[in-house]
Ligand binder design. Structure first.
Ligand code: G3P
Ligand code: CA
Length: 321
């Protein structure tokens, strides 16, 4: 296809995208963890090339105040090699104790071979040499690619139970808001967290930025019950998790998919919440949950989700190369 025509079609598709994004939010988890090293620029490039409406990512803050993209508060031996190429033998330094320059000496472009994690993501293509990027670098990548339709779902990785592992909830949230403002991305982000103290601070400081209330309810993990994770709100006082999220001022409820049901989707949507579960990787699960009418899905395999959505005739975000 001639370049000019291709560009005109891409622009037309992007112009229509707000409708598509409103119909279904296709979120690439940690970029596209199933296909490229998590939370790295290659993973975000891969997600863009496949075609997503939102990049999901996690953040921490370095000793010199740089907002960086990492799931773990400390360097993980599952994905990290030092400057000499040696795999970290155990949990490494905390991100909050390293400068951004120090952090750049570590390679996170491959999962440790032979590990269980490598088995879980056997389709992941390594990108040796990939570094932990700053959030500003991710924003710059998306801008360079002219992917004006792509949004960001940014998770503050902070724990009320491990406060020593990161900067404070105030410092992390404020650094994130500053980085978003500096990049001119206020209209294109949502902020998510399991620690709702962070979301409350976003609501106070930047009420126009949507907050995404993450919940997890499994046999041995539940952040909804005692108020520790939910900024003092308790499930027993509100009757259901959707009501809890509503009481917290959430716009979006992001539950673990295993705890979701069709009646809960209905209840949440009747309260005016969007429902975007995490992290759904099997096509059969995608089919079932999309059939419940959720507003989006977070997946490590955006390519698989596109196939499911295409079969249902749901509009897809354009690939960006
Ligand atoms: O977006 C929700 C999901 O990312 C939460 O789980 O541990 O992958 O950050 P985690
Ligand atoms: Ca996350």
């Amino acid at each position: 296809m001639p370049g000019l025509l291709r560009r005109a079609l891409a622009l037309a598709a992007a112009a229509l995208l707000p409708l598509a994004a409103a119909a279904f939010d296709l979120q690439g988890h940690r970029g596209a963890r199933g296909l490229a090293p998590e939370n790295t620029l290659p993973a975000f490039e891969r997600a863009l090339a496949i075609g997503v409406s939102t990049l999901e990512l996690d953040i921490g803050v370095t000793a010199d105040g740089v907002v960086v993209v990492s799931h773990d508060p400390a360097l993980s031996p599952m994905i990290t090699r030092d400057a000499s190429g040696q795999w970290l033998p155990a949990r490494g330094p905390l991100i909050k104790d390293l400068s951004f320059a120090q952090l750049q000496s570590y390679d996170v472009g491959r999962i440790a071979p032979g590990s269980a994690y490598a088995g879980t993501f056997a389709l992941q293509q390594p990108a040796d040499g990939a570094r932990i990027p700053s959030l500003a670098q991710v924003f710059a990548l998306v801008r360079e690619r002219r992917a004006g339709h792509v949004r960001f779902n940014v998770e503050t990785k902070i724990s009320p139970q491990q406060p020593q592992d990161t900067v404070s909830v105030e410092a992390m949230t404020d650094a994130l808001l500053q980085a978003i403002g500096d990049a001119g991305m206020r209209e294109r982000v949502a902020i998510q967290s399991f620690d709702w103290r962070s979301l409350r601070r976003v609501q106070q400081r930047e009420p126009a930025i949507p907050t995404v209330h993450l919940t997890v309810q499994t046999a041995n993990n539940d952040n909804t019950r005692d108020g520790t994770w939910t900024a003092g709100l308790r499930l027993a006082d509100h009757g259901s998790v959707p009501r809890l999220v509503k009481a917290a001022g959430g716009k979006v409820w992001a539950p673990n998919a295993g705890a979701l049901s069709e009646p809960l989707v209905r209840e949440a949507q009747s309260l005016g919440l969007q429902v975007i579960p995490w992290t759904v990787n099997e096509p059969a699960d995608m089919e079932r949950i999309v059939g419940w009418g959720v507003d989006g899905l977070i997946t490590d395999y955006p390519d698989r989700l596109r196939e499911v959505l295409a079969r249902r005739g749901i509009p897809l975000p354009p690939p960006v190369r």
